[in-house]
Design a protein around this ligand. Structure first.
Ligand SMILES: C[S@@+](CC[C@H](N)C(=O)[O-])C[C@H]1O[C@@H](n2cnc3c(N)ncnc32)[C@H](O)[C@@H]1O
Length: 453
Protein backbone atom coordinates (compact mmCIF):
# COMPACT_ATOMS: atom_id res chain seq x y z
CA UNK A 1 0.00 0.00 0.00
CA UNK A 2 2.98 2.34 0.61
CA UNK A 3 3.47 2.74 -3.10
CA UNK A 4 -0.13 3.99 -3.45
CA UNK A 5 0.28 6.42 -0.54
CA UNK A 6 3.42 7.80 -2.22
CA UNK A 7 1.55 8.31 -5.51
CA UNK A 8 -1.38 10.01 -3.73
CA UNK A 9 1.04 12.29 -1.87
CA UNK A 10 2.62 13.20 -5.19
CA UNK A 11 -0.80 14.14 -6.57
CA UNK A 12 -1.41 16.29 -3.45
CA UNK A 13 1.84 18.14 -4.12
CA UNK A 14 0.91 18.62 -7.77
CA UNK A 15 -2.48 20.02 -6.73
CA UNK A 16 -0.77 22.36 -4.28
CA UNK A 17 1.43 23.57 -7.16
CA UNK A 18 4.63 22.80 -5.29
CA UNK A 19 6.41 22.71 -8.63
CA UNK A 20 6.12 21.28 -12.14
CA UNK A 21 4.95 17.67 -12.43
CA UNK A 22 8.41 16.74 -13.70
CA UNK A 23 10.12 18.61 -10.84
CA UNK A 24 7.95 16.96 -8.18
CA UNK A 25 8.49 13.49 -9.66
CA UNK A 26 12.26 14.10 -9.68
CA UNK A 27 12.20 14.44 -5.88
CA UNK A 28 10.68 10.94 -5.37
CA UNK A 29 12.92 8.21 -3.93
CA UNK A 30 14.78 6.67 -6.84
CA UNK A 31 13.73 3.12 -5.98
CA UNK A 32 10.08 3.55 -6.95
CA UNK A 33 10.35 6.71 -9.05
CA UNK A 34 9.59 5.17 -12.43
CA UNK A 35 6.62 3.17 -11.22
CA UNK A 36 5.13 6.04 -9.19
CA UNK A 37 5.63 8.49 -12.07
CA UNK A 38 3.81 6.16 -14.48
CA UNK A 39 0.86 5.74 -12.10
CA UNK A 40 0.65 9.48 -11.33
CA UNK A 41 0.73 10.48 -15.00
CA UNK A 42 -1.81 7.82 -16.01
CA UNK A 43 -4.13 8.91 -13.19
CA UNK A 44 -3.84 12.58 -14.22
CA UNK A 45 -4.73 11.61 -17.79
CA UNK A 46 -7.98 10.05 -16.62
CA UNK A 47 -8.61 12.33 -13.65
CA UNK A 48 -11.83 13.95 -14.89
CA UNK A 49 -13.51 10.66 -15.73
CA UNK A 50 -12.25 8.91 -12.58
CA UNK A 51 -13.62 11.71 -10.41
CA UNK A 52 -16.97 11.39 -12.14
CA UNK A 53 -17.00 7.62 -11.51
CA UNK A 54 -16.06 8.09 -7.83
CA UNK A 55 -18.77 10.71 -7.36
CA UNK A 56 -21.48 8.67 -9.13
CA UNK A 57 -20.60 5.51 -7.21
CA UNK A 58 -20.71 7.58 -3.96
CA UNK A 59 -17.44 5.91 -2.99
CA UNK A 60 -16.16 8.59 -0.63
CA UNK A 61 -19.55 9.29 0.87
CA UNK A 62 -20.06 5.66 1.82
CA UNK A 63 -16.49 4.86 2.81
CA UNK A 64 -15.69 7.46 5.44
CA UNK A 65 -12.20 5.97 6.04
CA UNK A 66 -11.23 6.92 2.51
CA UNK A 67 -10.59 10.59 3.23
CA UNK A 68 -8.01 11.38 0.54
CA UNK A 69 -9.48 12.18 -2.87
CA UNK A 70 -6.16 11.54 -4.52
CA UNK A 71 -5.73 8.12 -2.89
CA UNK A 72 -9.22 7.21 -4.08
CA UNK A 73 -8.26 8.37 -7.60
CA UNK A 74 -5.10 6.24 -7.61
CA UNK A 75 -6.84 3.10 -6.31
CA UNK A 76 -9.82 3.44 -8.65
CA UNK A 77 -7.40 4.04 -11.52
CA UNK A 78 -5.71 0.70 -10.89
CA UNK A 79 -9.02 -1.07 -10.35
CA UNK A 80 -10.54 0.16 -13.62
CA UNK A 81 -7.63 0.90 -15.92
CA UNK A 82 -4.75 -1.35 -14.78
CA UNK A 83 -4.43 -4.91 -13.54
CA UNK A 84 -6.30 -4.30 -10.32
CA UNK A 85 -5.08 -2.92 -6.99
CA UNK A 86 -1.58 -4.30 -6.39
CA UNK A 87 -1.53 -4.23 -2.58
CA UNK A 88 -2.13 -6.52 0.37
CA UNK A 89 -5.60 -6.77 1.88
CA UNK A 90 -5.74 -3.51 3.90
CA UNK A 91 -8.94 -1.69 4.96
CA UNK A 92 -8.59 0.99 2.24
CA UNK A 93 -8.22 -1.57 -0.53
CA UNK A 94 -11.25 -3.41 0.87
CA UNK A 95 -13.18 -0.13 0.98
CA UNK A 96 -12.68 0.33 -2.76
CA UNK A 97 -13.30 -3.32 -3.60
CA UNK A 98 -16.68 -3.23 -1.81
CA UNK A 99 -17.80 -0.86 -4.59
CA UNK A 100 -16.10 -2.73 -7.43
CA UNK A 101 -19.29 -3.55 -9.36
CA UNK A 102 -20.74 -0.04 -9.05
CA UNK A 103 -17.43 1.58 -10.05
CA UNK A 104 -17.14 -0.64 -13.14
CA UNK A 105 -20.79 0.05 -13.96
CA UNK A 106 -20.44 3.85 -13.74
CA UNK A 107 -17.27 3.71 -15.82
CA UNK A 108 -19.01 1.72 -18.55
CA UNK A 109 -21.96 4.13 -18.51
CA UNK A 110 -19.63 7.08 -19.12
CA UNK A 111 -17.93 5.22 -21.96
CA UNK A 112 -21.27 4.52 -23.61
CA UNK A 113 -22.51 8.09 -23.11
CA UNK A 114 -19.40 9.55 -24.70
CA UNK A 115 -19.41 6.99 -27.49
CA UNK A 116 -15.88 5.88 -26.53
CA UNK A 117 -14.79 2.56 -27.99
CA UNK A 118 -11.57 2.39 -25.98
CA UNK A 119 -10.46 3.60 -22.55
CA UNK A 120 -7.81 5.76 -24.21
CA UNK A 121 -10.55 7.88 -25.78
CA UNK A 122 -11.54 9.02 -22.30
CA UNK A 123 -8.04 10.32 -21.57
CA UNK A 124 -7.29 13.99 -21.35
CA UNK A 125 -3.98 14.70 -22.99
CA UNK A 126 -1.96 17.34 -21.22
CA UNK A 127 -1.54 18.63 -17.72
CA UNK A 128 -4.86 17.90 -16.08
CA UNK A 129 -3.93 20.02 -13.09
CA UNK A 130 -3.43 23.11 -15.16
CA UNK A 131 -6.57 22.32 -17.12
CA UNK A 132 -6.25 25.05 -19.68
CA UNK A 133 -2.45 25.45 -19.55
CA UNK A 134 -0.77 28.72 -18.64
CA UNK A 135 -1.32 32.02 -20.42
CA UNK A 136 2.36 32.27 -21.32
CA UNK A 137 2.27 28.77 -22.88
CA UNK A 138 -0.73 29.79 -24.96
CA UNK A 139 0.99 33.03 -26.06
CA UNK A 140 4.15 31.16 -27.09
CA UNK A 141 2.12 28.59 -28.98
CA UNK A 142 0.17 31.33 -30.80
CA UNK A 143 3.34 33.22 -31.71
CA UNK A 144 4.88 30.05 -33.12
CA UNK A 145 1.99 29.83 -35.57
CA UNK A 146 2.25 33.34 -36.91
CA UNK A 147 0.22 35.45 -34.49
CA UNK A 148 1.87 38.59 -33.13
CA UNK A 149 1.30 40.58 -29.95
CA UNK A 150 -0.13 43.77 -31.49
CA UNK A 151 -3.44 45.61 -31.77
CA UNK A 152 -6.04 42.96 -32.76
CA UNK A 153 -8.38 45.67 -34.01
CA UNK A 154 -6.01 46.81 -36.74
CA UNK A 155 -4.06 43.65 -37.59
CA UNK A 156 -5.64 40.32 -38.62
CA UNK A 157 -2.75 38.38 -37.06
CA UNK A 158 -2.63 40.59 -33.99
CA UNK A 159 -3.66 39.53 -30.50
CA UNK A 160 -3.35 41.17 -27.10
CA UNK A 161 -3.93 40.58 -23.40
CA UNK A 162 -7.20 42.04 -22.19
CA UNK A 163 -7.14 45.01 -19.83
CA UNK A 164 -10.01 43.83 -17.60
CA UNK A 165 -10.03 40.03 -17.62
CA UNK A 166 -6.89 38.12 -16.58
CA UNK A 167 -6.00 35.19 -18.88
CA UNK A 168 -8.17 36.57 -21.68
CA UNK A 169 -6.60 37.14 -25.09
CA UNK A 170 -8.25 39.38 -27.68
CA UNK A 171 -8.22 38.53 -31.40
CA UNK A 172 -9.29 40.17 -34.63
CA UNK A 173 -12.97 39.31 -35.33
CA UNK A 174 -12.03 37.40 -38.50
CA UNK A 175 -9.80 34.92 -36.61
CA UNK A 176 -11.15 31.37 -36.63
CA UNK A 177 -10.16 28.70 -34.14
CA UNK A 178 -12.66 25.95 -34.86
CA UNK A 179 -10.03 23.49 -36.13
CA UNK A 180 -7.08 24.77 -34.09
CA UNK A 181 -5.62 22.08 -31.77
CA UNK A 182 -5.46 24.60 -28.91
CA UNK A 183 -9.24 24.91 -29.21
CA UNK A 184 -10.16 21.31 -30.04
CA UNK A 185 -8.10 20.01 -27.10
CA UNK A 186 -9.92 22.40 -24.74
CA UNK A 187 -6.73 24.32 -23.90
CA UNK A 188 -8.31 27.58 -25.00
CA UNK A 189 -11.98 28.46 -24.79
CA UNK A 190 -13.63 30.89 -27.19
CA UNK A 191 -15.79 33.36 -25.40
CA UNK A 192 -17.06 36.89 -25.81
CA UNK A 193 -15.25 39.22 -23.41
CA UNK A 194 -18.36 40.20 -21.47
CA UNK A 195 -19.27 36.54 -20.87
CA UNK A 196 -16.08 36.28 -18.80
CA UNK A 197 -17.34 38.91 -16.36
CA UNK A 198 -19.75 36.80 -14.23
CA UNK A 199 -17.12 34.25 -13.14
CA UNK A 200 -14.64 37.02 -12.48
CA UNK A 201 -17.12 38.93 -10.31
CA UNK A 202 -18.18 35.76 -8.46
CA UNK A 203 -14.47 34.94 -7.90
CA UNK A 204 -14.98 31.87 -5.71
CA UNK A 205 -12.16 30.90 -3.37
CA UNK A 206 -9.64 28.37 -4.67
CA UNK A 207 -9.69 26.09 -1.63
CA UNK A 208 -10.72 22.46 -1.05
CA UNK A 209 -13.61 23.73 1.13
CA UNK A 210 -15.00 25.97 -1.58
CA UNK A 211 -18.54 24.97 -2.68
CA UNK A 212 -20.04 26.81 -5.63
CA UNK A 213 -23.13 26.49 -7.85
CA UNK A 214 -23.44 27.43 -11.49
CA UNK A 215 -27.24 27.41 -11.77
CA UNK A 216 -27.42 27.61 -15.56
CA UNK A 217 -24.34 25.89 -16.87
CA UNK A 218 -24.49 24.66 -20.51
CA UNK A 219 -22.56 24.87 -22.71
CA UNK A 220 -20.10 25.35 -19.84
CA UNK A 221 -18.00 28.40 -20.65
CA UNK A 222 -18.75 30.06 -17.33
CA UNK A 223 -18.45 26.74 -15.47
CA UNK A 224 -15.00 26.05 -16.90
CA UNK A 225 -13.94 29.61 -16.13
CA UNK A 226 -15.14 29.17 -12.53
CA UNK A 227 -13.34 25.85 -12.29
CA UNK A 228 -10.11 27.48 -13.48
CA UNK A 229 -10.51 30.32 -10.95
CA UNK A 230 -11.05 27.68 -8.25
CA UNK A 231 -7.86 25.98 -9.47
CA UNK A 232 -9.89 22.81 -9.81
CA UNK A 233 -10.33 22.68 -6.04
CA UNK A 234 -13.45 22.29 -3.92
CA UNK A 235 -16.80 21.49 -5.52
CA UNK A 236 -18.59 23.17 -8.38
CA UNK A 237 -22.17 22.00 -8.92
CA UNK A 238 -23.17 22.75 -12.51
CA UNK A 239 -26.93 22.62 -13.13
CA UNK A 240 -28.37 22.26 -16.60
CA UNK A 241 -32.00 21.34 -17.09
CA UNK A 242 -31.90 20.61 -20.83
CA UNK A 243 -30.81 17.04 -21.63
CA UNK A 244 -29.09 17.73 -24.90
CA UNK A 245 -27.28 20.78 -23.60
CA UNK A 246 -26.30 18.73 -20.55
CA UNK A 247 -24.42 16.28 -22.80
CA UNK A 248 -22.53 19.21 -24.35
CA UNK A 249 -21.80 20.58 -20.89
CA UNK A 250 -20.32 17.29 -19.69
CA UNK A 251 -18.19 16.95 -22.80
CA UNK A 252 -16.85 20.46 -22.46
CA UNK A 253 -16.04 20.10 -18.76
CA UNK A 254 -14.24 16.84 -19.38
CA UNK A 255 -12.28 18.31 -22.29
CA UNK A 256 -11.25 21.33 -20.25
CA UNK A 257 -10.16 19.08 -17.35
CA UNK A 258 -12.62 20.59 -14.85
CA UNK A 259 -12.28 17.79 -12.33
CA UNK A 260 -13.94 19.75 -9.50
CA UNK A 261 -17.14 20.25 -11.51
CA UNK A 262 -20.18 18.06 -10.80
CA UNK A 263 -22.60 18.40 -13.71
CA UNK A 264 -26.23 17.76 -12.71
CA UNK A 265 -29.03 17.35 -15.23
CA UNK A 266 -31.76 19.11 -13.25
CA UNK A 267 -33.69 22.32 -12.95
CA UNK A 268 -31.97 24.54 -10.40
CA UNK A 269 -35.38 25.70 -9.16
CA UNK A 270 -36.23 22.16 -8.06
CA UNK A 271 -33.20 21.90 -5.77
CA UNK A 272 -33.82 21.95 -2.05
CA UNK A 273 -31.57 24.64 -0.51
CA UNK A 274 -31.78 22.74 2.80
CA UNK A 275 -30.33 19.56 1.23
CA UNK A 276 -27.17 18.78 3.27
CA UNK A 277 -25.06 18.50 0.11
CA UNK A 278 -25.65 22.23 -0.44
CA UNK A 279 -25.15 23.32 3.16
CA UNK A 280 -21.69 24.77 2.43
CA UNK A 281 -22.57 26.52 -0.82
CA UNK A 282 -21.27 30.08 -0.53
CA UNK A 283 -21.21 31.32 -4.14
CA UNK A 284 -23.91 31.01 -6.82
CA UNK A 285 -23.93 32.20 -10.43
CA UNK A 286 -27.07 32.45 -12.54
CA UNK A 287 -27.55 33.70 -16.07
CA UNK A 288 -30.25 32.31 -18.29
CA UNK A 289 -30.70 34.49 -21.33
CA UNK A 290 -29.40 32.67 -24.33
CA UNK A 291 -27.01 34.48 -26.58
CA UNK A 292 -29.32 33.68 -29.49
CA UNK A 293 -32.34 35.29 -27.88
CA UNK A 294 -31.84 38.53 -29.75
CA UNK A 295 -32.38 36.63 -33.01
CA UNK A 296 -35.99 35.98 -32.11
CA UNK A 297 -36.53 39.68 -31.54
CA UNK A 298 -37.64 40.03 -35.12
CA UNK A 299 -39.28 42.97 -36.80
CA UNK A 300 -42.49 40.93 -36.82
CA UNK A 301 -42.74 40.90 -33.04
CA UNK A 302 -44.93 43.79 -32.00
CA UNK A 303 -44.21 45.90 -28.92
CA UNK A 304 -46.87 44.26 -26.78
CA UNK A 305 -45.61 40.74 -27.57
CA UNK A 306 -42.06 41.79 -26.88
CA UNK A 307 -43.05 43.38 -23.58
CA UNK A 308 -44.90 40.25 -22.55
CA UNK A 309 -41.95 38.02 -23.45
CA UNK A 310 -39.50 40.21 -21.55
CA UNK A 311 -41.81 40.32 -18.52
CA UNK A 312 -42.01 36.52 -18.50
CA UNK A 313 -38.25 36.19 -18.75
CA UNK A 314 -37.76 38.78 -16.01
CA UNK A 315 -40.19 36.96 -13.70
CA UNK A 316 -38.34 33.71 -14.27
CA UNK A 317 -34.98 35.30 -13.61
CA UNK A 318 -36.25 36.84 -10.42
CA UNK A 319 -37.32 33.37 -9.27
CA UNK A 320 -33.79 32.09 -9.91
CA UNK A 321 -32.19 34.87 -7.80
CA UNK A 322 -34.70 34.44 -5.00
CA UNK A 323 -34.12 30.69 -5.00
CA UNK A 324 -30.35 31.26 -4.82
CA UNK A 325 -30.90 33.54 -1.81
CA UNK A 326 -32.53 30.68 0.08
CA UNK A 327 -29.32 28.63 0.33
CA UNK A 328 -28.44 28.82 4.02
CA UNK A 329 -24.77 29.79 3.67
CA UNK A 330 -24.70 31.65 0.41
CA UNK A 331 -22.66 34.85 0.63
CA UNK A 332 -22.45 35.98 -2.96
CA UNK A 333 -24.80 35.66 -5.94
CA UNK A 334 -23.93 36.89 -9.40
CA UNK A 335 -26.84 37.43 -11.75
CA UNK A 336 -26.01 38.15 -15.38
CA UNK A 337 -27.83 38.35 -18.70
CA UNK A 338 -26.86 38.76 -22.35
CA UNK A 339 -29.63 41.31 -22.60
CA UNK A 340 -29.64 45.09 -22.86
CA UNK A 341 -33.26 45.52 -21.69
CA UNK A 342 -33.77 47.17 -18.30
CA UNK A 343 -36.77 44.85 -17.74
CA UNK A 344 -34.43 41.87 -17.39
CA UNK A 345 -31.61 43.80 -15.77
CA UNK A 346 -32.02 46.76 -13.40
CA UNK A 347 -35.70 46.03 -12.80
CA UNK A 348 -35.04 42.40 -11.91
CA UNK A 349 -32.28 43.53 -9.56
CA UNK A 350 -34.58 46.06 -7.83
CA UNK A 351 -37.32 43.47 -7.44
CA UNK A 352 -34.79 41.00 -6.06
CA UNK A 353 -33.54 43.57 -3.53
CA UNK A 354 -37.09 44.16 -2.36
CA UNK A 355 -37.94 40.47 -2.14
CA UNK A 356 -38.68 38.68 1.12
CA UNK A 357 -35.65 36.51 0.56
CA UNK A 358 -33.28 39.50 0.21
CA UNK A 359 -34.70 41.25 3.23
CA UNK A 360 -34.64 38.16 5.42
CA UNK A 361 -31.17 37.18 4.22
CA UNK A 362 -29.72 40.73 4.37
CA UNK A 363 -28.71 40.80 0.72
CA UNK A 364 -27.49 44.00 -0.87
CA UNK A 365 -25.68 44.92 -4.04
CA UNK A 366 -21.91 44.64 -3.83
CA UNK A 367 -20.25 48.05 -4.24
CA UNK A 368 -18.55 49.06 -7.49
CA UNK A 369 -15.16 48.36 -5.89
CA UNK A 370 -16.06 44.64 -5.92
CA UNK A 371 -17.69 44.54 -9.35
CA UNK A 372 -15.18 45.21 -12.13
CA UNK A 373 -14.32 48.63 -10.66
CA UNK A 374 -12.48 49.92 -13.73
CA UNK A 375 -15.21 49.00 -16.22
CA UNK A 376 -16.67 52.37 -17.24
CA UNK A 377 -20.22 51.50 -18.34
CA UNK A 378 -22.46 51.02 -15.31
CA UNK A 379 -26.20 50.43 -14.77
CA UNK A 380 -28.95 52.90 -15.64
CA UNK A 381 -29.61 55.11 -12.56
CA UNK A 382 -33.10 56.07 -13.80
CA UNK A 383 -34.13 52.39 -13.68
CA UNK A 384 -33.06 51.91 -10.06
CA UNK A 385 -36.27 52.42 -8.12
CA UNK A 386 -34.52 51.65 -4.85
CA UNK A 387 -31.77 54.25 -5.20
CA UNK A 388 -30.19 55.70 -8.39
CA UNK A 389 -26.77 55.56 -6.68
CA UNK A 390 -26.93 51.79 -6.74
CA UNK A 391 -26.51 51.82 -10.52
CA UNK A 392 -22.75 52.10 -10.01
CA UNK A 393 -22.80 48.57 -8.56
CA UNK A 394 -24.01 47.23 -11.91
CA UNK A 395 -22.08 46.51 -15.08
CA UNK A 396 -23.45 47.03 -18.55
CA UNK A 397 -21.92 46.31 -21.96
CA UNK A 398 -23.25 47.77 -25.18
CA UNK A 399 -22.65 46.01 -28.49
CA UNK A 400 -20.98 48.27 -31.03
CA UNK A 401 -19.57 50.46 -28.24
CA UNK A 402 -17.59 48.22 -25.91
CA UNK A 403 -16.18 45.56 -28.27
CA UNK A 404 -18.43 43.01 -26.56
CA UNK A 405 -21.91 41.56 -26.88
CA UNK A 406 -24.73 43.21 -24.98
CA UNK A 407 -24.33 42.14 -21.36
CA UNK A 408 -25.34 42.91 -17.80
CA UNK A 409 -23.81 41.82 -14.48
CA UNK A 410 -25.00 42.31 -10.91
CA UNK A 411 -23.68 40.93 -7.67
CA UNK A 412 -25.63 40.42 -4.44
CA UNK A 413 -23.77 39.96 -1.20
CA UNK A 414 -24.96 39.02 2.23
CA UNK A 415 -24.12 41.86 4.56
CA UNK A 416 -22.65 40.97 7.89
CA UNK A 417 -25.28 42.70 9.99
CA UNK A 418 -25.33 40.39 13.01
CA UNK A 419 -28.25 42.15 14.70
CA UNK A 420 -30.70 41.83 11.83
CA UNK A 421 -29.28 38.83 9.94
CA UNK A 422 -31.81 36.00 9.79
CA UNK A 423 -32.01 32.90 7.68
CA UNK A 424 -35.23 32.34 5.78
CA UNK A 425 -36.43 28.84 6.51
CA UNK A 426 -39.47 27.20 5.02
CA UNK A 427 -41.40 27.73 8.27
CA UNK A 428 -40.20 31.27 8.87
CA UNK A 429 -42.85 33.89 9.26
CA UNK A 430 -41.70 36.16 6.46
CA UNK A 431 -44.22 38.85 7.40
CA UNK A 432 -42.76 39.00 10.85
CA UNK A 433 -39.19 39.29 9.56
CA UNK A 434 -40.28 42.08 7.23
CA UNK A 435 -42.15 43.94 9.96
CA UNK A 436 -39.10 43.77 12.21
CA UNK A 437 -36.97 45.16 9.40
CA UNK A 438 -39.41 47.97 8.63
CA UNK A 439 -39.51 48.81 12.33
CA UNK A 440 -35.75 49.13 12.50
CA UNK A 441 -35.66 51.31 9.38
CA UNK A 442 -38.34 53.62 10.83
CA UNK A 443 -36.42 53.92 14.09
CA UNK A 444 -33.23 54.77 12.21
CA UNK A 445 -35.04 57.44 10.15
CA UNK A 446 -36.51 58.95 13.30
CA UNK A 447 -33.04 59.05 14.91
CA UNK A 448 -31.51 60.80 11.89
CA UNK A 449 -34.40 63.30 11.81
CA UNK A 450 -33.93 64.05 15.52
CA UNK A 451 -30.24 64.62 14.98
CA UNK A 452 -30.73 67.11 12.16
CA UNK A 453 -33.34 69.10 14.07
C1 LIG B 1 -27.31 31.44 -21.47
S1 LIG B 1 -27.15 29.72 -21.20
C2 LIG B 1 -25.85 29.72 -20.03
C3 LIG B 1 -24.51 29.95 -20.63
C4 LIG B 1 -23.42 29.46 -19.71
N1 LIG B 1 -23.47 30.15 -18.44
C5 LIG B 1 -22.06 29.64 -20.34
O1 LIG B 1 -21.39 30.62 -20.04
O2 LIG B 1 -21.65 28.78 -21.12
C6 LIG B 1 -28.48 29.30 -20.20
C7 LIG B 1 -28.58 27.80 -19.89
O3 LIG B 1 -29.32 27.67 -18.68
C8 LIG B 1 -30.20 26.58 -18.79
N2 LIG B 1 -31.27 26.83 -17.82
C9 LIG B 1 -32.26 27.75 -17.88
N3 LIG B 1 -33.01 27.70 -16.77
C10 LIG B 1 -32.50 26.73 -15.99
C11 LIG B 1 -32.84 26.19 -14.71
N4 LIG B 1 -33.90 26.64 -14.05
N5 LIG B 1 -32.09 25.19 -14.19
C12 LIG B 1 -31.03 24.71 -14.87
N6 LIG B 1 -30.67 25.16 -16.10
C13 LIG B 1 -31.38 26.16 -16.64
C14 LIG B 1 -30.64 26.62 -20.25
O4 LIG B 1 -31.10 25.35 -20.67
C15 LIG B 1 -29.34 27.03 -20.94
O5 LIG B 1 -28.60 25.91 -21.32
Amino acid sequence: MNFYFEAAKTLDRIDAKEGSIKGIIATLPEKDRKRTAALVIETLKFKAVLLEVIEKAKLMKEERKLTSKNLALILVHDLLLARGIQAGDGPLKQAVLRHKTRLHGEFQKIKIKRGATSNEQLAHNGDERAGLGTLEEAIQSLKSRGFELSDPFSSKKGFSKDAHVPNLLLFHPSTTFQTDPLYTSGKIILQDKASCFPALVLSPPATEESVVIDATAAPGNKTSHLSALMKNRGKLFAFERDRKRFTTLKMMLSKAGCSNALPINADFLTTDPQDPQFSNVTHIGSGIVNRLDHLIETEIENDADKEERLDKLAAFQLMMIKHAMRFPNVKKIVYSTCSIHATENERVVCNALESEEAVAGSFQLAPQTEVLPTWPRRGYPEEMTSSPDQASSLVRCLPGEDATNGFFVSCFIKVQDTTSKRKLDADDDVEEVLTQKAHKKKKKRRKTANKSE
